[in-house]
Design a protein around this ligand. Structure first.
Ligand code: MRU
Length: 342
């Protein structure tokens, strides 16, 4: 397969490499990813993370394994193993459905490579369109708040919510970004802070619990987040903590935007309650770990609740900023979302 470079994926000499998102920002470690069990481990440990990136890495690995001579049956098993690696982000399932169709073609080796590279190129273009549509909503001097990480690390392109912020900053309209640290895994504190720093976008890092008082002080003009799955009725699953931001935004009269590509839409999920929510290990809440080491502060036998995502109901969302354009709450109520995302 031809060489390829995104912020966090590389193909070199027919091998997939991933930028370890658990080591950032202290270290930029590129790790080789030779087989399905390695990639599943990278995905489960969030070395590879972000809804679009999970789907793209799985698709690229399948195409490479086909080129290395893996049989059609083994590829199908591998595809289903990858599909089960994380449950919430539907981009993985959507991408793998397309790869499965390619796998059933007679020249499946060629078809898989072409489809995987097409998915990467499409994701780049989707990010650009989202950034264009979203930036038009950002007024001069905006102080924007974002949660988790939705940038080049999580996609093949400029990102979704961060792509919008980046484009709006390029137009001179962003005064600063409030970055939620995003407990428990700190995607904001580690990754978004790093990305915005690299991009030269002014930001201040806050603990998640500080967002409410900033809003009360009228120091947040809009909130921009990504999505892991958008249900047919417009409900959105995204990183845990997104829902509380949306409730706060409603109370304070602050616009709350969701930026996502159509590959995040699941027309088979009627509403948010049908979205599977990943539950994760207790150790992520009882302490923290990374390239800096591990620390635990809670008692060894602490009982823990650790959902990776929450669901924001459509009624709290001011706009769904998609590659196809901005869908408004009125349009969502009229059932236009599913039509727009086809
Ligand atoms: O658990 P993560 O870090 O994979 O969760 C990521 C998010 O919730 C992002 O907001 C979402 O995937 C959109 S990334 C463009």
């Amino acid at each position: 397969m031809q060489s390829l470079t995104t912020t966090s994926l590389r193909i070199r000499e027919n091998q997939l490499w991933i930028l370890d998102q658990q080591a950032l920002p202290q270290r930029s470690d590129w790790r080789e990813c030779r087989n399905v069990s390695e990639l599943v481990d990278h995905i489960r440990t969030l070395r590879v993370r972000g809804a679009p990136l999970i789907g793209l890495s799985a698709s690229l690995l399948l195409a490479l394994l086909a080129e290395q001579g893996m049989s059609q049956d083994a590829l199908l098993d591998s595809l289903e193993t990858l599909r089960a690696s994380r449950p919430t982000a539907v981009n993985l399932m959507n991408n793998l459905d397309r790869m499965k169709a390619a796998l059933h073609q007679s020249d499946y080796v060629k078809a898989l490579a072409e489809e995987a590279l097409r998915l990467v190129e499409e994701d780049r273009a989707l990010c650009d369109s989202i950034a264009d549509h979203g930036a038009a909503l950002v007024t001069h001097g905006s102080r924007l708040l974002t949660h988790c990480n939705t940038g080049g690390l999580a996609t093949a392109g400029v990102g979704t919510a961060i792509g919008v912020i980046r484009r709006a900053h390029g137009l001179g309209n962003v005064q600063q970004v409030w970055v939620d640290e995003t407990r428990p895994l700190l995607q904001g504190g580690r990754l978004t802070a790093w990305e915005l720093g690299e991009l030269g976008i002014p930001y201040q890092l806050i603990c998640d619990s500080m967002a409410a008082s900033l809003m009360a002080q009228k120091r947040v003009d809009a909130i921009w987040v990504g999505a892991d799955r958008i249900a047919a009725n417009g409900d959105v699953a995204n990183k845990i903590g997104t829902y509380s931001l949306a409730v706060l935004a409603k109370y304070h009269g602050i616009p709350f935007y969701v930026a996502a590509p159509h590959t995040t839409h699941d027309p088979h999920c009627p509403n948010g309650s049908a979205i599977p929510i990943e539950q994760r290990a207790a150790s992520e809440v009882t302490g923290v770990s990374g390239s800096f080491g591990a620390v635990q502060w809670a008692p060894d036998d602490a009982q823990v609740y650790n959902p990776a995502f929450d669901v924001t109901p459509a009624e709290l969302i001011s706009g769904w900023v998609l590659d196809v354009g901005v869908v408004t709450p009125v349009q969502v109520r009229d059932g236009i979302l599913t039509q727009a995302l086809k």
